[in-house]
Ligand binder design. Structure first.
Ligand code: GRF
Length: 182
């Protein structure tokens, strides 16, 4: 691990399996907060069990208040790990180069929702990308990108198997990304 002053907040909306992977590695990284856009996100309870502070965003999200909240906690880096809200450009301006996202496709192919399912159904290669976040959704500079395997291998697998492989890949990529961007 390289010496770093990065202090991370992880943003989730659902299961939070990527956040959980990162939290498991928090001897190596300073992760101070898990932020969720949903009260019911299973990842929230999981994060609390892992002993991490959590913050649930009220809707509509008050992005200025969130900014102040993060600054108060001395957060320097943000990881969107399954956060299903569009982050406005006005908020992003404050975090240029220190806000990253994980997306389940080989970007620039299949941005947006249900990416993995769409790629698989259309017989296109499935993979995972981590990237810097900019105002255009899923369009920022790539950090890491990996496919789940060759196309012929992928075609021999069920959707559930491909999805499972993609999740495992994500869990590796999020840690590599945190290390690279810290
Ligand atoms: C992942 O597939 C991630 O790529 C996407 O949302 C999903 C979140 O999964 N952005 P989890 O909540 O970390 O299990």
């Amino acid at each position: 691990m390289k010496p770093t002053n990065a202090r991370w907040a992880i943003f989730i909306s659902g299961l939070g399996s990527n956040a959980a992977e990162l939290l498991d590695a928090r001897a190596e990284y300073d992760i101070a907060l898990v932020v969720s856009s949903r009260h019911q996100a299973p990842g929230l309870a999981r994060a609390r069990r892992q002993g991490i502070e959590t913050l649930v965003l009220t809707q509509p999200i008050d992005w200025s208040l969130l900014f102040l909240n993060l600054k108060q906690r001395k957060i320097t880096h943000l990881f969107l790990a399954g956060f299903l809200k569009i982050v406005p450009a006005s908020f992003l301006e404050n975090w240029q180069g220190v806000i990253v996202n994980i997306h389940p496709s080989l970007l620039p192919s299949y941005p947006g929702l249900a990416s993995l399912q769409r790629a698989y159904q259309e017989g296109a290669p499935v993979g995972v990308t981590t990237h810097h976040v900019i105002a255009e959704v899923d369009r920022g500079h790539h950090i890491f990108q990996t496919s789940v395997g060759s196309l012929s291998e992928q075609q021999s697998l069920s959707f559930e198997e491909v999805e499972w492989r993609a999740h495992l890949l994500e869990h590796t990529l999020v840690k590599k990304t945190m290390e690279a961007v810290s």
